[in-house]
Design a protein around this ligand. Structure first.
Ligand code: GDP
Length: 342
């Protein structure tokens, strides 16, 4: 990231940012929290500060293992993260938990990242849990999460757990910013694969069937075998083979150390094959494009002439008296973008 122009902010703010950067480096959780709030802000002066902050901290980033954890609400993500995170801190890791929750944007409420959902981990000195930001503070869900990962790494967290709920694009977005993307599943009645999006199986690096306890155990084991078979079929042409499928109980801790070991093996294999580095580089390229897209869109929306005429155009499209592509063309035209006319 190119350093932002330091002259664009005043001396007091610069000291503030230097202090923040230092606090983050020290691993001070309050400072890390403040730094994250800064990067979540959509205020343009805060964006400038955030850029400087990230530029300062960039040399200390990139050294963690980034793990994405997905699954439908109720599958047991927070229970899993609470236990699994504690297992990792007991191993000597420092664990940061972040959440990608696009629904908070719509509903104004957050269904992820709530500290009370991870009781054990939230009182663990070696863990940092960042609740999802409230609506109105989002400057692009993926951008802020990617940057938050970097901040947490600079603060010394060597495992970053990024939690996401299977809503909209969030799964692919998270898969695109982590080294290992794991999906928690439930054993359902009947056909295990029914209703399961094939897409998520394609991007999963590891699948765990949760709630494999009590009378659920046999059905969880059956589901595991079925997923394994489906994945084997799906990845039959891949050189790396199909992703591991395991069972676990986030509630009583069964299977969690097997998951940790499977993740370690994945990491080791990726390191040896060079895929780890390749994957991160590819992600960086997509990050660049995502930034370009979101910045362009933000600039377009900020444009005074666009802002002035947009409500009317939107209304006309809604009312059906203007074709969407004609409306899009006039917006782009106002912004000085030449569209190709067929
Ligand atoms: P999330 O919405 O995916 O974060 O799911 P939660 O972690 O909040 O869990 C949803 C419910 O499932 C809670 O009542 C948990 O106690 C329960 N639960 C989570 N993991 C397990 C498990 O491994 N076994 C059983 N039996 N229940 C679980």
């Amino acid at each position: 990231m190119p350093p932002a122009d330091p002259t664009s902010i005043n001396r007091e703010e610069a000291t503030d940012i230097a202090g923040l950067a230092e606090g983050v480096r020290r691993g001070d959780k309050t400072m890390l929290g403040r730094a994250i709030t800064r990067i979540e802000s959509i205020r343009s002066d805060h964006r400038d500060e955030a850029r400087i902050l990230l530029a300062r901290l960039l040399p200390y980033t990139g050294k963690s293992l980034r793990i994405g954890i997905s699954g439908v609400p109720g599958v047991g993500k927070s229970t899993f993260i609470d236990r699994f995170g504690s297992l990792l801190t007991a191993d000597g890791h420092r664990v940061a938990v972040l959440a990608v929750d696009p629904s908070s944007r719509v509903s104004g409420g957050s269904i992820l990242g709530d500290k009370t959902r991870m009781e054990k981990l939230s009182s663990d000195p070696a863990a940092f849990i960042r609740p999802s930001p409230s609506a109105g503070s989002l400057g692009g869900v993926t951008r802020r999460t990617r940057e938050t990962i970097l901040l947490a790494e600079a603060a010394g967290y060597d495992v970053i757990l990024v939690e996401t709920v299977g809503v909209g694009q969030s799964e692919t977005q998270v898969a695109d910013m982590v080294d290992v993307f794991m999906v928690l599943m439930l054993a359902g009645a009947g056909d295990e694969l029914q209703g399961i999006k094939k897409g998520i199986l394609e991007i999963a690096d590891l699948i765990a069937v949760n709630k494999a306890d009590g009378e659920n155990r046999p059905s969880a084991e059956r589901a595991r075998a079925e997923y394994e078979q489906a994945l084997h079929y799906l990845h039959s042409a891949d050189s790396i083979g199909s992703p591991p499928v395991l069972t676990c109980s986030a509630m009583n801790g069964d299977g969690l150390s097997d998951i940790r070991d499977a993740i370690r093996r994945l990491q080791q294999n990726m390191n040896e094959s060079g895929d780890f580095e390749k994957r991160r580089r590819r992600q960086n390229l997509r990050w660049m494009w995502a930034d370009i897209e979101s910045e362009l869109l933000a600039a377009l929306k900020r444009d005074p002439s666009v802002a002035k005429r947009l409500p009317r155009l939107e209304k006309d499209v809604l009312d059906g008296c203007l074709h969407p592509s004609d409306a899009a063309r006039s917006v782009l035209d106002m912004f000085g973008v030449k569209t190709t006319s067929e």
